[in-house]
Design a protein around this ligand. Structure first.
Ligand SMILES: *[C@@H]1O[C@H](CO)[C@@H](O)[C@H](O)[C@H]1NC(C)=O
Ligand SMILES: *[C@@H]1O[C@H](CO)[C@@H](O)[C@H](O)[C@H]1NC(C)=O
Length: 412
């Protein structure tokens, strides 16, 4: 009898200890073993990410004269990594900006989704590196380090920022393999992000018909000739009447794991005002409006190579994130002395080429005059010979991996 009571007592104690630990979980010190993430949070995650990336998109669009490419998802992840180690005031502010919940387990589930969207395969060459370079004299908080590395938010490496700025600067340029706008080594760390994409379309563009064709500016004036890739193929299309934009979808890769969506203006609307007016609901409505055409659509898109280096410190300042760059105390839970990042740069590059895994199947002559099965506003073609937008998405969650606006396509 006493034995049983003793056993019961021990069991109660253990249970009590474990619930106590559970209650002690705080944002910086949570232990993922306590998280039991089995509900599907894809929708909440997507909404949270889009609220943030549309703000980024608008700021970058204005500052880059509507000619840029960037990776929204990876900026979201890096800011989340910094938020996890920020002092509580800044942390709350950043969680709000990223629409991240206070429940660390839900955040962890978001991170799990966000960091598993990109992986290279034979037919889609896509590489993303998120890096925090920290001064070799700084001592990292093991809790923060564990959190960001175990969740694959950031890689952390050492450079001699304080003792050898020149060596540090060289290393940064090598990692980014490009010019680093806004390089500032007055703090103890820098944040670097690199995203390079070159993928094969599931359905190729016709190789034989690359031709030069005029490209027009926002005012409708021809600004020069570009290489135009053409294809006649069935595709999903959609539109948003309020935004005056129509979109077309091209799957990428053998398993159609990624989708590229291109958008052009319907009529004579100014792309600048459309970019300024877009919100997350518009994006979801557009994606939901996609319907397959019953017949081939005439597609023409410029062949392009585009590279952007964006000073994200400037962009985040537009979004009222100031203290991270100016107040060392804000990042004192990341390292000692505080991480105090003074540079945050993203390099993104992308190639749009004709190459794909197979060609569009031949269609009977009659198909080209038959009903498209789509809303009449969409017409029977998709011609990107004036400013357009496009994005690369992962087909499972519709996370935006690359977003771009183009007013001056180039292929060099
Ligand atoms: C570098 O960053 C620090 C901290 O934000 C700032 O005070 C300083 O003016 C910056 N230096 C340059 C050259 O921009
Ligand atoms: C585009 O594809 C062609 C082959 O179809 C290839 O020769 C060329 O190098 C590619 N361009 C880029 C920038 O990858």
């Amino acid at each position: 009898m006493t034995k049983i009571i003793l056993v019961l007592f021990v069991v109660c104690c253990v249970v009590q200890i474990s619930t106590q630990q559970n209650q002690q979980v705080s944002p910086l010190t949570y232990d993922s073993r306590w998280c039991n993430n089995n509900q599907d949070i894809t929708n909440e995650y997507r909404t949270s990410i889009y609220k943030f990336i549309l703000q980024l998109f608008k700021s970058i669009a204005v500052r880059s004269n509507l000619n840029f490419v960037f990776s929204p998802n990876s900026i979201w992840i890096i800011v989340a990594a910094i938020a996890e180690g920020a002092d509580s005031l800044t942390q709350q502010k950043l969680f709000q900006l990223l629409s991240l919940p206070n429940d660390p387990c839900i955040r962890q589930a978001y991170y799990q989704l966000a960091t598993t969207r990109v992986f290279p395969s034979n037919d889609v060459n896509i590489k993303n590196t998120r890096l925090c370079l920290i001064d070799d004299g700084a001592t990292l908080s093991p809790t923060w380090y564990d959190l960001v590395t175990k969740n694959s938010l950031l890689e952390v490496a050492r450079v001699p920022i304080k003792n050898n700025q020149e060596a540090a600067a060289t290393e940064i340029k090598t990692i980014m393999s490009s010019h680093v706008p806004g390089l500032n080594l007055s703090g103890n760390s820098v944040l670097l992000d690199k995203m390079d994409y070159n993928g094969l379309w599931t359905t190729a563009f016709a190789d034989a018909v690359i031709e030069q064709a005029p490209f027009y500016n926002l005012q409708g004036e021809a600004i020069g000739a570009v290489d135009i890739m053409r294809v006649q193929r069935r595709a999903r299309m959609g539109y948003n009447e309020k935004l005056r934009i129509k979109i077309i979808e091209f799957p990428v890769g053998s398993d159609e794991r990624y989708r590229m969506l291109f958008g052009v203006i319907i009529g004579n609307e100014d792309l600048t005002s459309i970019v300024a007016g877009v919100d997350d609901n518009h994006v979801f409505e557009l994606i939901e409006s996609l319907r397959p055409s019953l017949v081939p659509i005439n597609v023409a898109i410029p062949r392009m190579v585009i590279t952007s280096e964006i000073d994200m410190r400037v962009i985040l300042k537009d979004l009222a994130v100031n203290e991270l760059w100016t107040d060392p105390a804000v990042t004192r839970y990341i390292s000692n002395p505080p991480a105090h990042p003074t540079t945050f740069v993203q390099h993104a590059s992308l190639v749009l080429n004709t190459t794909g895994l197979e060609y569009a199947p031949p269609e009977p002559e009659s198909a080209y005059n038959a009903r498209t099965g789509l809303h009449p506003i969409l017409g029977r073609d998709f011609i990107a010979d004036r400013p357009f937008v496009f994005g690369l998405f992962d087909a499972k969650t519709w996370t935006c991996l690359l977003a771009s606006a183009i007013t001056q396509p180039t292929y060099t």
